[in-house]
Design a protein around this ligand. Structure first.
Ligand code: CA
Length: 467
């Protein structure tokens, strides 16, 4: 039972007790009547204030005819009630406070719940994002793995192809060596046949064939042919018109460096008049190689010019200055004696690869010395095949100055600074396709690049004053 109920019961008990006492004693005379009966006014001994809603008006207790003590409302009872009331008020205040605090807590709880819902929503959203990210990364890893697999496959393929390439190179070297040996064998057999069956006068023995098959032999599918090939559409040397030189009223220029210094920086044909030369000579000035100023003394490019010529022809020069040509020993001699020149030999194989051999100095001795070749030190990536010809006089079919018992010009079908007969001949027969088959090594060969049976696709020999 609540404290309020207890208070209410106590008050009802007090009131009902008072009334029952009054009822047992009969009607209670009113105060006025009692005043009239007693003759003098009597004062209330005690005045009680009780809650309005329960008791109205003062409660009077007469000292007159006394009620039994136990039935009277004593001061102690009132004090007890008052104390109970006070306690009840305090309790109510405390409860109100608790209720207020509880209300605040409820609001906070609501806020917390709302916040919790928001947090849950946010966590769900983040979780979804994380899930999405994980899926995306997994897809990326799959793509990366696929890419890696493709790279690995590509690498394996490259390795396989490079293995095949090496194998082909080995096979080619084997075939080239075989061709070389076969040529030697054929030559020996031919000679023996002539000795046994032939009544023909014995020919001079050919020079020894070069056995050189260097490691850096140009890779090419060999085409065995003895025919001298010419590019389609290239007219015969006799029919080919000679291009007019870039004739200039300036000059005379003694070499292509002077041409370049005079402002003619385009490569082309120019008229040069070297010191000691009686007439101008047409020469090709190459300005697109190594700072320019190079004077070409020889060019091979398509087999359009026959280089198997006599002394006089080699002395004066022949061919077309913008194509295959030989500048002439006398002109080369005149150029080389002007000052210190250097030589550049440019070789191109049938794969289109260009290599070069440079010599630090170059000049020829006069005709009385058969235009003996004088070379400086080698530098380049073609290999040094020309030093074997250094110090050697020039030989043609009709002027044999070589060290061989026969005439190297006869076997190599060219005029050159043969020794016996040397590691190179750039005036030989122009064979199409590189590797050629012939009784003699008569192609345009450079033994240190391709061997004796590999004919170059194009060759240029050019000189320029030393810097
Ligand atoms: Ca000789």
């Amino acid at each position: 039972m609540s404290p309020h109920a207890w208070i209410l019961c106590a008050l009802l008990w007090l009131l009902t007790g008072d009334r029952s006492q009054s009822a047992s004693r009969g009607p209670v005379p009113s105060r006025k009547r009692r005043l009239a009966e007693d003759g003098e006014p009597k004062k209330c001994s005690y005045t009680f204030l009780v809650p309005e809603q329960r008791i109205t008006g003062p409660i009077c207790a007469s000292q007159g005819p006394s009620l039994p003590d136990k039935e009277r409302v004593t001061q102690t009872n009132v004090a007890d009630v008052h104390e109970i009331l006070t306690k009840q008020r305090l309790e109510m205040d405390r409860l109100r406070l608790i209720v207020d605090v509880d209300g605040n807590m409820v609001n906070e709880m609501k806020l917390l719940r709302k916040e919790s819902r928001n947090m849950n929503s946010r966590v769900t959203q983040l979780y979804m994002q994380l899930l999405h990210e994980i899926i995306r990364k997994r897809d990326n890893s799959l793509e990366l793995a696929a890419l890696e697999a493709r790279v690995l496959n590509g690498t394996a393929e490259v390795l396989r192809v490079s293995g095949l390439y090496r194998e082909l190179e080995l096979r080619f070297s084997t075939v080239a060596a075989l061709v070389n040996n076969q040529s030697l064998l054929i030559a020996a057999l031919e000679e023996r046949c002539l000795q046994v069956y032939g009544n023909h006068p014995r020919e001079p023995p050919p020079p020894p064939l070069l056995q050189v098959v260097p490691e850096n032999i140009p890779v090419y599918v060999p085409r065995l042919s003895n025919e001298i090939q010419r590019s389609p559409g290239v007219p015969a040397p006799e029919d080919r018109p000679t291009r007019q030189a870039n004739a200039s009223l300036e000059g005379p220029f003694r070499d292509c460096v002077q041409v370049m210094q005079a402002g003619h920086t385009a490569s082309g044909a120019y008229l040069l008049t070297p010191e000691g030369s009686e007439t101008p000579v047409q020469a090709w000035c190459e300005h697109d190689v190594d700072r320019g100023g190079w004077t070409l003394i020889q060019r091979r490019s398509d087999g359009s010019v026959n280089f198997f010529r006599n002394w006089d022809s080699y002395k004066k020069g022949f061919g077309n200055v913008d194509g295959e040509h030989w500048l002439g020993l006398e002109n080369i001699y005149n150029l080389g004696k002007q000052e210190d020149y250097k030589l550049l030999v440019e070789l191109e194989d049938w794969m289109g690869k260009k290599v070069y051999a440079a010599y630090s100095s170059f000049h020829l001795e006069p005709e009385s010395q058969a235009y003996r070749l004088r070379l400086g030190s080698y530098q380049g990536n073609a290999g040094d095949s020309l030093t074997s010809n250094n110090g050697k006089p020039f030989t043609t079919l009709d002027h044999d100055h070589d060290a061989f018992s026969g005439n190297c010009a006869h076997f190599h079908k060219a005029g050159w600074w043969f020794s016996a007969c040397g590691q190179t001949n750039l005036n030989g027969v122009w064979y199409s396709g590189g590797v050629y088959r012939s009784r003699f090594q008569d192609g345009i060969f450079w033994a240190d690049y391709g061997g004796g049976f590999y004919s170059m696709k194009s060759v240029r020999m050019m000189i320029r004053p030393v810097d």
